[in-house]
Structure formats: structure tokens, C-alpha cells
Design a protein around this ligand. Sequence first.
Ligand code: UDP
Ligand code: MG
Length: 325
Amino acid sequence: MTYSPLTNSGGTSQIWVVAACYNEEEAIEHFIERVVAIPKVDRLVLVDDGSRDRTVSRILDWHGKQVDHAIPEKLVLLELTRNFGKESAMLAGLDYAKGNCDAVVLIDSDLQHPPELIDEMVFEWTNGAEIVTAVRDSRDQESLLKITTASWFYKVFNRLVDSIQLTEGAGDYRLLSAPVVNALTEMREFSRFSKGLVPWTGFRSIEVSYKRVNRIGGISSWSPLKLLGYALDGIFSFSVLPLKIWSFLGITVSLISILYALVIILQTIFNGIDVPGYASLIVAVLFLGGVQLIGIGVLGDYIGRVYVDTKARPHYFIRKIHCQD
Ligand code: UDP
Ligand code: MG
């Protein structure tokens, strides 16, 4: 496989911004205004991920209102047929951008990622960075529970996974050079975990820091349960250790059982038959039953992933591409 060479040395580089939107009617116009105002941005690709509110009509209204024709031609809207999830929506945007630009900036459309940072990211890219990752410098607006669970997740992930290390605070706000966009669009797995896929490509990344702000409108679509699922997604798609620990656990439990059997035999020889033991029996049965169920659950999770990936369905369908010239 061949990658197109880096083209960030010339003066006519095309920088595209790709943003997924789901129910962002309240902030989307401000977002577009702030992104198209950045001179270095040549095109803004919005991917509507099946919003149930007026996001699409707000975007089209904004486009229709522009009198200065230099600005609206920056905007393209891909309308997906339904909500496919942020990862699929971002992939739709990357597929669209692939081969048409020299670098893509992935950004959230809820204005939690300040678009003004794009200038600094492009600067790092022109200096040779293959990936520029925006790292949030504090989580002070989040609950203690979220901060603690997130930091546990990063510790567990980095301990379990050898191939990559995740940086805490690095999310989906990144600049990707064309070869990285090619690499990412080639990885068509279903449980996409971009936070891991980007470093997994191996391209060199430079970090810039930013302060994340609260949403100016709408609500985050991440419930604690969804976040837990996403965290497990990350670990399961980058590590097979959860599958392997069951053999070790089985061996350990078997060894302990053999030792315990020896103790019982010796006790019977020296003290005669000992009838009581109901409590230890029931504890052992329940404990092992639980352990086995967890083991089967983990197996099921991996098999589910294999099943979904073998179907190889498209990640998304596009209803219409709006505002394309
Ligand atoms: N998003 C999306 N599809 C979804 C959920 C979210 O395209 O199913 C977009 C959303 O519009 C936003 C970004 O993904 O631009 C991040 O979502 P959110 O703000 O809910 O996540 P958080 O910032 O809380 O991590
Ligand atoms: Mg957000």
C-alpha cells in the first residue's frame, strides 16, 4: 500500500475541517461562523448524524443567508440517513475528505473545542507534525466521579495495551495529515475507538493544549452507561488480555481446589469424617458460578465483535450531500 507524500511544504495546502453534529441546533450557527472565519480553513465538512432537531435546517438557513459568496462555498453538509454514532459520522467526513485535502482537522461541533486553536495546529503541521493532538489542560468543570473514573480508565488501558499509550485529556480534537487520513479510513472495524486508532497508526504526534469550555447549548449525548460501554470498547478493541486471564484464573482456582482437597483428605484421615461444610460449599459454588459467568460474558463480547465485523456492513449511509459546488 502506498501513501501520498506529505504536502505541507507548499503554500497552497488545503486544510479541511470535519465535524459531526447530532442535535446541535442551538450552537451550530455560532460554530460555523467561528470556523469559516479562520482564513486557513478551506472547507468545513459538517456531517449531520441523524439529528432529531432542526440542526440540518439551521445549517441550510445559514448557508442561504450568506451574501458574501466567498464564505458559503467553504461549507458542505453530509446528511446521514440516521444516527450512526459519532465515530461513524467522523468516518463519513474523513471518507469525503480523503484525497481532496492535505490535512483534516477533526473537531466537535458543540463549541467545546475552541476553533481558534486550528491556527496553532496548522502551524505545528507546517513545521512537520504528522498529527497534532489538542490536549485539554484541565477537567475542572467535570464531576469528581467522572474525573476519577476517567483516570482509572487511562491507567487500566495503558497497563493492558502494549501497542499504544493514551494521553489523558486527548480527545477527538486533532489535525491529521493526509497520510493519517488515508490510514484511518483504511481501518474499517466497527467498534471504532478513534482515541486509540489515531496513535495506533504510528504517525508522530505533537500536542497542543487548550481549555475545554462548557456547552453553550444542547446536552452531551454521553450517559455514564454509554461512557462505560465506550471505555470497554476501547480496551476490548486494543487488547486480548481480558480473554486470556480466564485460563490463568482457571489454573489458579484449580490449584487452590487441589490443595483444599488435600487438606480435606488429611483432616478425614486424622479427625474422621467431618459433615459440616455447607457454608464453604455454597460460597465456593456461587463464587465459581459468578467467575464462569463473567468469563462467558467476556467471550461473548469478543464473539459479538467478530460477528458484527464479519457482516462488514457500511458504517453509514448518506441521504444527501448539501451545498456542494
Ligand atoms: N455526536 C454525533 N453523534 C452522536 C453523538 C454525538 O455526531 O451520536 C457529536 C456531537 O454533535 C458533538 C460531538 O459528537 O459534536 C461530541 O458529542 P458530545 O458533546 O455529546 O460528547 P462530549 O463532548 O460530552 O464528550
Ligand atoms: Mg461535547
